[in-house]
Design a protein around this ligand. Structure first.
Ligand code: NAP
Length: 307
């Protein structure tokens, strides 16, 4: 099979599989959940707003009438919510086959999560770290458990400054903080794969990025009156969210995927196109930073696994 044009037609049957997609009410997460449901997987839309989740579920059931899909509340900016979500999931599910850590916020003003973490690192990385750790035993019960972390081209803009991880020193920059959180997604993916291999597990930890894709992620940047005329032009430059979801979907289901790889679009500048294996930047492959981030994430979230 050509590596150039992997599409939904390459997806295997997913009957009998259980999947969770975080942030599945919108954008890339919605299209990922829809594709899983189309292939017969039980699909859990893990969303912070139940109103938005139920609206997305209605859309999904209209598009995929026989979908085995359901919604569950999950706010990644609250460790209490992450724990409650996992407890509810385990109350009615024995195993988990695929976890897609997709939810995210981008370039938001400085703020803290319920647990006092800088908002972008807290939501995009630490919430997902805790979620993955708490679901780890359920993933181990699958014959082919897989975790997919959705990163970004913006990882290139991030730096892991462990002495100022939460921007305590007051030099917060929304773009740099987003870059840091997306760099953390990659460091986490690769470190998890190393730990899985060391433990003899056949579970896979994989990363991806969607290029530049239409979604609600940047909506807040167009709130000021002077930005409004730019929005339609900006949107014309972006690929559709069904295309943007393809790297995530391939990373999650292609049987040829290897752990510790990174999928993204094959077009110019990786902005659009069909999913292929790519190389993330040097900082994302720094093993010392990855180990350090794992330790710090365990300490901050109180969730330990694979250690
Ligand atoms: N679009 C792009 O060009 C692009 C590029 C690179 C990377 N990405 C990554 O792709 C992923 C999906 O983003 P998207 O573009 O599809 O954006 P989106 O349409 O804004 O979707 C993001 C989803 O994350 C959810 N979310 C935000 N904070 C949450 C929280 N605290 N707890 C639970 N869910 C939360 C959102 O919920 P609400 O609807 O309630 O806000 C929404 O469902 C993100 O990780 C993003 O960093 C996107």
């Amino acid at each position: 099979m050509s590596d150039q044009k992997w599409t939904l037609s390459n997806m295997p049957d997913m009957s009998g599989m259980t999947t969770i997609v975080t942030g599945a009410n919108s954008g890339i997460g919605y299209d990922t959940a829809k594709a899983f449901a189309q292939k017969g997987a039980k699909t859990i839309l893990a969303c912070r707003s139940m109103d938005k989740a139920n609206a997305a579920l209605s859309d999904l059931k209209r598009e995929v009438p026989n979908a085995q899909a359901e919604v569950m509340q999950l706010d990644l900016s609250s460790l209490t919510s992450v724990r409650q979500f996992v407890d509810s999931f385990k109350a009615s599910n024995d195993k988990l086959d695929i976890l897609v850590n997709n939810a995210g916020i981008m370039m938001v003003p400085f703020g803290k999560t319920e647990d006092g973490f800088e908002r972008q690192l807290g939501t995009n990385h630490l919430g997902h770290f805790a979620l993955t750790g708490l679901l780890f035993d359920a993933l181990q019960k699958s014959e082919h458990g897989r975790v997919v972390n959705v990163s970004s081209l913006a990882h290139g803009n991030g730096e892991m400054d462990f002495s100022n991880l939460m921007y305590e020193s007051g030099d917060y920059n929304p773009s740099k903080a987003y870059g840091r959180s997306k760099l953390a997604n990659l460091l986490f993916t690769y470190e998890m794969q190393r730990k899985l291999e060391a433990s003899g597990s056949n579970m896979l930890s994989v990363a991806c990025h969607p290029g530049i894709t239409q979604s609600n992620l940047a909506n807040h940047l167009f709130d000021p009156w002077y930005m409004k005329p730019i929005k339609p032009i900006f949107n014309m430059l972006l690929q559709s969210s069904d295309m943007g979801a393809l790297p995530t979907i391939r990373a999650a289901v292609d049987p040829n995927v290897k752990g510790g790889t990174y999928y993204g679009p094959d077009g110019r500048g990786q902005r659009s196109g069909y999913p292929v294996v790519l190389k993330s930047n040097r900082a994302s492959r720094d093993e010392a930073d990855a180990q350090k981030l794992w330790e710090v994430s365990e300490e901050l979230t109180g969730v330990s696994f694979l250690s």
